[in-house]
Design a protein around this ligand. Structure first.
Ligand code: SF4
Length: 225
């Protein structure tokens, strides 16, 4: 038990030092992208890769609410801007805006019941933003596909089904999320989280907001309305 506590403390300390160092030099979208790349690389290395039941094409859990910190939203928006061109970009922005409006105020139970699938799920059932996916998504795994199907069954969405998962990964990714928020506060930088599509839409529609965030100024509260 003592070992586990010490190791988690060390994990948190490494993530915090890296986040503080990286955030101190950020001025724009590319700075946030580089920060999130290095930060998630470290979190992934610390979390490791144990065998899980999750496979490409299995996106049952991609109906749940996903909260991101603002640097994550900036990095995803930057990645999308680089990977789509012309009218495809405008269409994607519209699709994300529609989804953000649709899921506003929805609890997980309603999203499961209505099967409001994340707009980043691609035609193969994979995550189309996999290299830059949020920390919250990285935290969730399943050791048993049947557990997931039962827990996310829209006809029994209020049933209390447990899903066995890689708890080490869950703890480390949750720690990474909280540690990044703590490092942002220390800058200081706005550390409020935001719903995934709402946040990505904001930075896609207005890339200049990344520099505002980096400067330490607050973003408009209307983003959370
Ligand atoms: S961002 Fe990717 S992993 Fe996360 S819910 Fe959406 S499709 Fe699933």
């Amino acid at each position: 038990m003592a070992d586990t506590v010490i190791q988690l403390h060390q994990v948190e300390s490494r993530l915090y030092r890296l986040a503080v160092d990286l955030l101190a030099t950020v001025h724009d979208t590319s700075g946030f992208a580089a920060t999130m790349s290095a930060f998630t690389d470290l979190a992934e290395n610390l979390a490791g890769h144990r065998p899980v039941a999750c496979k490409l094409g299995c996106s049952h859990c991609c109906v749940l609410n996903v909260s991101v910190l603002l640097p994550e939203a900036v990095a995803i928006a930057g990645w999308l801007s680089m990977h789509c061109v012309g009218t495809a970009c405008a269409a994607q922005l519209k699709r994300l805006q529609r989804h953000a409006l649709h899921v506003r105020w929805m609890e997980d139970s309603e999203r499961i019941h209505r099967q409001t699938v994340c707009p980043f799920v691609d035609a193969r059932g994979g995550c189309s933003i996999y290299p830059v996916r949020p920390l919250v998504c990285r935290a969730v795994t399943s050791l048993n596909k049947e557990d997931c199907l039962a827990a996310l069954d829209p006809s029994q969405f209020d049933a209390d089904h447990a899903v066995s998962m890689d708890t080490t990964r869950k703890v480390i990714m949750d720690t990474a999320f909280c540690t990044l928020a703590r490092a942002m506060k220390q800058q200081p930088m706005m550390s409020r989280s935001i719903e995934l599509c709402n946040g990505v839409t904001a930075f896609l529609a207005n890339p200049g907001l990344a520099a505002v965030l980096a400067s330490g100024a607050d973003l408009p509260v209307s983003l959370w309305d």
